[in-house]
Write a protein that binds this ligand. Structure first.
Ligand SMILES: [Ca+2]
Length: 321
C-alpha cells in the first residue's frame, strides 16, 4: 500500500514558471499550475502506475463559474501525454474524461451538478477490460464507471493542479496526496524547520529554508559530497484515535548550480539517534523546484509507521556526488 506523493506546498510540487505560489501551508494557482509526480517509495524512482488514487482539498478565492473545459485536474502518463481530466462542464458542474489513443478522442465517463470548493478523490485504474474511473466529492460518490478499456492511457505518472474557478482569484490546494490506497478522509501535516538539528554541515541554516511563502533568495548549500544538513521541526501531537500514519515525506525546493560535485541530494530521517537515508537521490531539475521523497514504512523497523515519536525526529538532506 504505497504512498506515491504527499505535500501541500511548493517544497513538494513542481510549479509552472509563473502564476503559482504557496503559503506556509498550501499551494495556490492563479493562471499557472503545480505538478505532483508519482514516485515509488520502494526504489525512489518516478514512474507511471496503472492504479492510483489522487486527493486534495481545493478552495477558490473567487466564486465564479468556470468556462467549459477549464481543467481543475489533469493527469499525464510517462510519455507526457494528457490522459485523464477533471474539467468544467457548464456552470459549476464538472466531468471526468480520459483520452483514448486508439480513437484519438476524449471519452466523457460522467459528471455531476454543482461542485466547486471541497475535497476531491479520484481513482484511475488502467486496464483493457476492468478499467475504472471514479470520483468522490467531499467523500460522496460523484462518478464511478467500471469495465472500461482504459488501456490506451498506458499509465499515470503525474497530476497537475489547475484551477477550480475562473476570474482573477487564486485556487488554493492542501492535503495533496497520490497513493495506491483509498485516500478519502486523509490529511497532510507539515513540519517546517524550526531550528538546526544536531548536524549542520551545509552553508546556511534553518532560517533559509523555513520559508512560507517560499523564498529562493536565501537557501542552504553543500560544497562537499557527504555533507549532511539536519533540522528540528515542531512536534506533532498524536493522531486522533483510529487514525493511522500512512507515510512520512521529506520535501525540498532544490537545484544544483551546474558546478562540480555534489550535484545530488538524498533525503534522510533520524529516528532514535540513527540516520536513515532514502534509497535514491531526490529528483533535481534545472532551477529551483519541489522534490519529495516518501518513506511509506518506518525505516527503523521496516514496518508501517506506528509511533508518533518516530515521526518527530530530525530530518534533512545529505549531499551526494
Ligand atoms: Ca529560502
Amino acid at each position: 500500500m504505497a504512498t506515491y506523493f504527499a505535500g501541500s506546498t511548493l517544497d513538494a510540487l513542481v510549479p509552472s514558471l509563473s502564476g503559482c505560489g504557496d503559503t506556509a501551508a498550501t499551494v495556490w494557482t492563479d493562471g499557472g499550475y503545480a505538478e505532483a509526480y508519482v514516485t515509488d517509495p520502494i526504489d525512489g524512482v518516478q514512474k507511471g502506475v496503472t492504479r492510483v488514487w489522487s486527493h486534495m482539498t481545493v478552495v477558490g478565492e473567487a466564486y465564479q463559474a468556470p468556462s467549459n473545459g477549464l481543467r481543475l485536474l489533469t493527469w499525464f502518463n510517462e510519455a507526457g501525454a494528457e490522459v485523464v481530466r477533471l474539467q468544467a462542464a457548464g456552470g459549476y458542474s464538472k466531468q471526468l474524461a480520459f483520452f483514448n489513443t486508439k480513437t484519438s478522442q476524449w471519452v466523457n465517463v460522467g459528471g455531476t451538478g454543482e461542485c466547486s470548493n471541497g475535497t476531491y478523490d479520484v481513482l484511475i485504474v488502467v486496464h483493457p477490460t476492468a478499467g475504472r474511473l471514479a470520483w468522490f466529492f467531499n467523500g460522496n460518490l460523484a462518478v464511478d464507471v467500471r469495465g472500461l478499456d482504459t488501456s490506451s492511457i498506458g499509465n499515470v505518472a503525474k497530476m497537475r493542479l489547475g484551477r477550480v474557478q475562473d476570474w482573477s482569484g487564486k485556487s488554493t490546494f492542501s492535503n495533496v496526496l497520490m497513493a495506491s490506497y483509498n485516500t478519502i478522509g486523509h490529511t497532510v501535516r507539515r513540519r517546517a524547520p524550526s531550528a538546526n538539528g544536531s548536524v549542520m554541515q551545509w552553508a546556511g541554516g534553518y532560517g533559509d529554508v523555513d520559508d512560507g511563502p517560499v523564498d529562493d533568495s536565501d537557501a542552504i548549500s553543500a560544497s562537499n559530497v557527504g555533507e549532511v544538513a539536519r533540522f528540528v521541526g515542531p512536534v506533532f501531537t498524536p493522531t486522533s484515535t483510529g487514525n493511522v500514519i500512512k507515510a512520512v515525506a521529506v520535501a525540498a525546493r532544490i537545484r544544483n548550480d551546474g558546478d562540480v560535485v555534489p550535484t545530488n541530494a538524498r533525503a534522510l530521517l533520524a529516528i532514535g539517534g540513527t540516520e536513515y537515508q532514502a534509497p535514491k537521490n531526490m529528483p533535481i531539475r534545472a532551477g529551483f523546484a519541489g522534490s519529495v521523497t516518501v518513506f511509506d514504512v518506518d525505516p527503523s523497523t521496516g514496518a508501517p509507521w506506528s509511533s508518533i515519536a518516530n515521526v518527530n525526529g530530525e530530518f534533512g538532506l545529505k549531499a551526494i556526488e
